[in-house]
Design a protein around this ligand. Structure first.
Ligand code: ADP
Length: 415
């Protein structure tokens, strides 16, 4: 039995194929059941769809060996790309019984609060969410339409980035705007990165052997968000109506006074599209210092670059503020979890965040922090706190596609 996970962008398709291969060398002690049993069979990326020269990369895993195939050719459209990836997987004899295709969908609005088996009505309802996510949902839908047309025999499931945050209480998701603005225009906080926050919080709970934890998870990749999680339920999160709100990100500003938008339109003569582009693509780390890769920013700061040093401190200060706020939201704190590219790998940033938060009982062990390698840890979790610390500080390897595969299988079995 296999499950294929698709993440369709406007000009790309990222995929991973998992198989139900016994224990597959997975987590000892995991209570994830299905997740623990899934092993990766293949992964790949179809890029530059629709351009004159496309690129198809496939990585096929057989036991401990991995073989990579790269092909450069024009990929006319998403259907061409999907067809190509299915052919590669079939030629490699990796697909014998495809049990589900799981699709990442960025925005589920207030309507989709769980993974959903796709039919025509669901496609129409996802289409209806496009105004809430004009940058992401159209591409996700293209992937769904192509895959359901070309493989109508396989159950397909939409897994929403917003769904894990459907448990936010009204006082956390409500913006202080008129009721009409909420009901007519859907203006409220939804939150994103839900599959990652769900996966790492479960992994952390398994690692610590408790399911009643008050936890803050920090997903720090190119996009970044924080979540406050009480006994497995998301009770607050830093992204809002869109992924623009909250933490400082690679290219997004995160929190700012909404009047900045009026000011730029009225005083700087920018169009709304220009402001949108400025705040989503030319702000955050790249806006402050010209680089969006935290490794590069760190190196520059180490060599005395002031713009890079300022960018690092703005990034870390925003994180400390959110950890403080979410400790207050939870009323207690048992664990702080770092994940994604920066959270899993950047010991200096983790120390910068935690060292300022002794007042909350947070401490980090400098040696454990520097030596931590979540990817080598048997359960993907590294302890960063000193023995006997009041609050656990963990780095956890996220795996959004594995979580989508697990949730897709569960939805198909339940449906
Ligand atoms: P995405 O949001 O695109 O999935 P990732 O989770 O892969 O992003 O994170 C990407 C970011 O992680 C990079 O921009 C880089 O800043 C950071 N990163 C990756 N590896 C390291 C590392 N070893 N040290 C510091 N930062 C890292």
């Amino acid at each position: 039995m296999q499950v294929l996970v698709l993440n369709s962008g406007s000009s790309s398709i990222k995929y991973r194929l998992f198989g139900d291969g016994g224990d597959g060398g997975m987590t000892p002690g995991a209570t994830g059941g299905v997740a623990a049993a899934l092993e990766e069979l293949a992964a790949g990326l179809i890029e530059r769809i629709g351009e004159s020269e496309g690129r198809l990369t496939h990585r096929i895993t057989r036991g401990s060996t991995r073989e990579e195939q790269v092909e450069e050719r024009r990929v006319a459209d998403h259907a061409d790309g999907f067809d190509a990836l299915i052919r590669v997987l079939e030629e490699a004899e990796l697909i014998s019984a495809l049990a589900a295709i799981g699709h990442r969908v960025v925005h589920g609005g207030a309507e989709f609060v769980a993974p959903t088996v796709i039919d025509d009505r669901v496609i129409e309802r996802i289409r209806a969410q496009i105004p809430l996510a004009p940058l992401h949902n159209p591409a996700n839908l293209t992937g769904i339409e192509v895959a359901t047309r070309l493989r109508p025999d396989v159950p397909q499931v939409a897994v929403f980035d917003t769904a894990f945050h459907a448990t936010l209480p009204p006082h956390a998701y409500r913006y202080a705007v008129a009721e009409e603005v909420v009901t007519r225009h859907g203006v409220r906080r939804y939150g994103f990165h839900g599959t990652s926050h769900a996966y790492v919080s479960r992994r952390a709970a398994e690692h610590l052997g408790r399911d009643d934890l008050a936890m803050i998870t920090l997903h720090l990749g190119n996009g970044a968000s924080a979540a406050a999680i009480d006994a497995g339920r998301s009770v607050d999160t830093s992204m809002g109506l869109s992924p623009l709100e909250g933490l400082v990100m690679g290219t997004r500003s995160g929190d700012l006074d909404p009047a900045v938008v009026f000011h730029l339109v009225r005083q700087a003569g920018m169009s709304l599209d220009e402001v949108d582009e400025l705040l989503n693509r030319r702000s955050g780390l790249v806006g402050m210092c010209g680089d969006n890769d935290l490794r590069v920013v760190q190196q520059r700061a180490d060599h005395g670059d002031e713009a890079a040093a300022t960018a690092l401190e703005v990034y870390a200060y925003r994180l400390r503020k959110y950890v403080g706020a979410y400790t207050a939201a939870l009323g207690r704190l048992d664990a702080l979890v770092f994940t994604a590219g920066v959270g899993e790998n950047d010991a200096a940033m983790r120390a910068r965040v935690v060292d300022g938060l002794g007042v909350l009982g947070l401490t980090i062990d400098p040696e454990r922090n520097t030596a931590a390698d979540v990817h080598a840890a048997p359960d993907g979790v590294a302890d960063l706190h000193p023995d006997g610390a009041a609050v656990a500080v963990l780095a956890v390897a996220t795996d959004e596609e594995r979580e989508i595969a697990t949730e897709s299988l569960q939805a198909v079995r339940a449906g």
